[in-house]
Design a protein around this ligand. Sequence first.
Ligand code: B3K
Ligand code: ZN
Length: 871
Amino acid sequence: EQTIYLKDYAPTPYRIVSVELDFRILEEATRVRAQLTIEPREETAPSTPLVLNGDGLKLETIAIDGLPLVLSAYAADADTLTVVEPPNRRFVLDTEVMLQPEANTKLMGLYRSSGTWCTQCEPEGFRRITYYLDRPDVLAPFKVRITAPMAVAPVLLSNGNLIDKGDAGDGLHFALWEDPFPKPAYLFALVAGDLGSITDSFTTQSGRKVDLAIYCTHGKENECHYAMDSLKRSMAWDERRFGREYDLDVFNIVAVSDFNFGAMENKGLNIFNDKLVFAEPNTATDANYHSIERVIAHEYFHNWTGNRITCRDWFQLCLKEGLTVYRDQEFTSDERSRPVQRIHDVQNLRSSQFPEDGGPLAHPPRPDSFREINNFYTTTVYEKGAEIVRMLATLLGEAGFRKGMDLYFERHDGEATTIEAFLKVFEDATGTDLSQFATWYLQAGTPQITVSDNYDAASQTYSLTLTQKVEPTPGQPDKQPLLIPVRFGLVGPNGSEMSWSGVSGGTAKDDLILLDQPSVTLRFTGIANKPIPSLFRGFSAPIKVSSSLSQSDLLFLAGHDSDPFNRWDALQTVLTNLIAGAAQGRPWAGSDLDALRQAIVDTLENPELDEAFKANVIAIPGESSIGRHIGKDVDPDSVAKARQALLVALVKPIEARLEALYQSLETSAAYSPDAQQAGERSLRTGLLNLLVAGAGRSDLAETQYNAATNMTDRYAAMALAARHWTGNAQALLGDFRTRFAGDPLVFDKWLTACAQASDDGVIERMRATLAAPDFPKTNPNRLRSLLGSFVMTNPSQFARADGAGFRFITEAVAEIDKVNPQVASRVLTGFRVLPTLEAGRRESGKAALEALKTQHQLSRNVSEILDRILA
Ligand code: B3K
Ligand code: ZN
């Protein structure tokens, strides 16, 4: 099997000048005719063969400039079409293929979802539709004609603007779409089906009116309004914050039920997983609303960062994804609470990216080789990519960053470009040397920062030493020091910020230290008392810190730091240290727990803090997170036991207070998904969590479940009961299942709750669920809700000592791989935890993987992940 290397990049010998596609969609099959206007590049030698990509295609006809080609003039198989000696001038290549969308279970290319024809082309799906130069640096304007039966497909959509439509006889009709913006094939989209819609409009800053529509299954129109509202807010935000205006006359979104990931930014025609569009209070949670807002914004923002400026090759994926995630994070921060959003994003980074970066699947944000590109749509490319952009903004300041972005849009509009070009605009716009900074894109692994400090009262000098180290990662034994921005403050004994008269030994300007060496020691003079350092404020770099701070220093920061992120983080560190210590045989002292309890009560009773922030403070770090902190030879059972013991010890003495607070947060206000109300609900859920887990109050969960007037409260109560497998869990799950029977997105919630149960019966129940004849085994949402949730959020059952969790997953992966390799390989990545586990579990996990490898014919997707984990 072939490995693709970045160093082998070369432009195509031919350009595609323009594309005309003609789709004739019928129930049995779809005929695709492609007329590609092609020309050789100036430097291309005459008679250089033209090699187009295909994937599972069967060529029906082929002609150049209207003349059919003789057999010796071309070679076609499922994966390539070679024109042996193309004309040495501009010509039109005309091909036809027949597709069977109905049989396409991989959900790449043209497929059917609940009767609707739809496409997914990124990264290499277009080659499953027609022979093409299917790579992101080949840009062309597209004209697309769709003909389909009026009765089953009254709605016909593609990219760009609708320029013609009409009757095509025999019960057929047609639509002609034109996208004037040259684009790579991965941004192509087509939808044909019988769909309902809601419409709206947006007037851009220059006064152009854009028609907006969201298409969905009939009957779901009323659940699309929050998505539409999010879209309009995104459009306005991108104008305000980045000066970016929308460029076509229409912007369409289509919600489909079978989709391999969240959504896709096709030019002018975004296609969405319906779970990221549909929302109404009885079936969607606050978290669902939050994700809808974020992903609608993300795909919209791609119009500039991704579509107008795209990637030269797939190694540069982070160029569009990291930047666009940064933009959607900023949008959410501006629309909601910035500190709470930051906590949310960092929690996500720590729980998904850090384990990737510290395990067998570690890779740089810009990888230099791959076997299957679909395996590189990772949290490293997305979330670490966003952190890199955020560090850039921190280093350059808001104005410098904006100047660089303006130059990026000006210089590279209409191009397919690289990470180097991206960094260059910031260098040119601000005169900053970013050569060391660029290492963040090229080097894998999470830097580990060690802090030590010393206060000398006699000379009123405080010295602070920061050391960085990155452990080896696969293929990268030696690491370079990174340029790490450290936002910081020195907190004085009364809790206020201390200033200093001078600093030497390194670069510290205002609140920013630049850690650019393996180790830096800064000496601050004129410091009257011993300070407590508050480092990496706002999580100014994606690093791990081993801090030398005592528990009492941490608790002091938790109560006094002016940086809300570090306030939260300080308490989380205390909790993590106590649980991890106990799991490794170092029990906590009663006084430690009393101080912690007091800090939590103080936070809860602080009128200056908002509810959403408080909810984050009382969220006890999960078992996986404790396991990661321990790092190696982890026994998930002792982690679970220690965590449970801490909850009991913490909660019992304040049960009545917590319950009173919990009850006081009940409201009769009509549901709104806004940040304020959602924050109140999340605090209430957080309290319920403490009461159920720490005081056995499953009665409260049941009461909340029954009294709930929205899905957020109802789901939270049921999920808690299920996770702790309380006496009433089965009854609540049963009620939930029948109450919402027939709603697939709510069924996903049920599946997730089931997969998170901590009791030993969970695997048998999941096997039964999966084996039920009516379980929709081809739907990615259903599979991910059950299996993805299990591997990622049920560590003690997945990594069960008897190996049953591992075997359950490898067997399921083998089966799913035959239908949908992308979903299968994604589930398999859960095995990346193996190296952190104690020997027995490590071995049984390996055995399950070896069995998968030897007993099955596996896809490239699954083989690559498997080999990397076993390496
Ligand atoms: N660009 C798409 C992701 C495509 C994933 C292909 N495996 C959605 C997004 O990141 O916005
Ligand atoms: Zn994206």
